[in-house]
Design a protein around this ligand. Structure first.
Ligand code: 6GU
Length: 227
């Protein structure tokens, strides 16, 4: 899988070098390319935004610069992901689907977002004929300063699903937020008693049917305290 990220803060994407993502890259499973949006500006001040037509607070990112940055990346079979708090909510199902893609391009908006004509332009028949699709995506109901952290979240969730990235593929089958939508059961390891707290008896019983039942029950009730 090839992943391109276009941003005015390339340094924000430095974590792609670390841990699982860095290993996936070294193993040749993913190929990351980070692009500095500002390098496509030709104006003296390297401005990437301007005031909104119709008035209002904040600035809107210029379509001309986004076009210059994105055009060379729009090859056949590409999913363009425009990060915006107004987008479709990212979840495990979307991660699963995007992990089957050969090329993802993340457009990190800042300020009040990107001129909507960028989305409109890359959504036209000219692009869909080349199997280029556009998605506006949000990672949750809160507002970030920009799409950079959101793109990191998505990239981590997507790339760990690629064959060969996780050491133990079983952890993919059993993990939280799987197809059933249930959160995972709580886990315990040695010692059997820690600071006066004992591991639940059933887990030491060796009764696998009863253990599975207990875990299913615990998983259902987990994470319901809502802060
Ligand atoms: Cl994708 N962008 C921004 N700016 N804020 C967000 C988001 C994205 N997802 C949740 N909040």
């Amino acid at each position: 899988m090839r992943i391109d990220v276009v941003t005015i803060f390339p340094d924000y994407l430095a974590p792609l070098e670390l841990s699982l993502l860095g290993k996936a890259r070294d193993a040749g499973i993913v190929d990351f390319h980070i692009h500095d949006l500002r390098s496509f500006t030709s104006n003296n001040h390297h401005a990437v935004d301007d005031t909104p037509y119709g008035g209002g607070a904040g600035m809107v990112m210029l379509p001309e610069i986004w076009g210059l940055a994105l055009d060379p990346l729009m090859v056949e079979d590409t999913e363009l992901i425009i990060l915006t708090p107004a987008g479709e909510r990212f979840d495990q199902r979307m991660a699963q689907r995007l992990s089957g893609s050969s090329h993802l391009v993340f457009a990190c908006g800042r300020y009040e977002g990107i001129d909507d004509r960028v989305r409109q332009h890359y959504s036209t028949d000219r692009y869909s004929a080349r199997k280029i699709t556009v998605h506006e995506v949000s990672i949750g109901d809160y507002v970030l300063g920009g799409g950079e952290v959101a793109s990191l979240v998505m990239i981590e969730a997507i790339t760990r699903l690629l064959p060969g990235v996780l050491g133990n593929p079983d952890s993919l089958c059993e993990e939280s937020h799987n197809e059933s939508g249930y959160l995972e059961y709580p886990n315990f390891t040695k010692p059997a008693i820690w600071r006066d707290i004992a591991v639940p008896e059933i887990l030491l019983s060796g009764n696998h049917a009863e253990i599975a039942k207990w875990r299913a029950n615990m998983a259902k009730n987990r994470g319901n305290d809502n802060l």
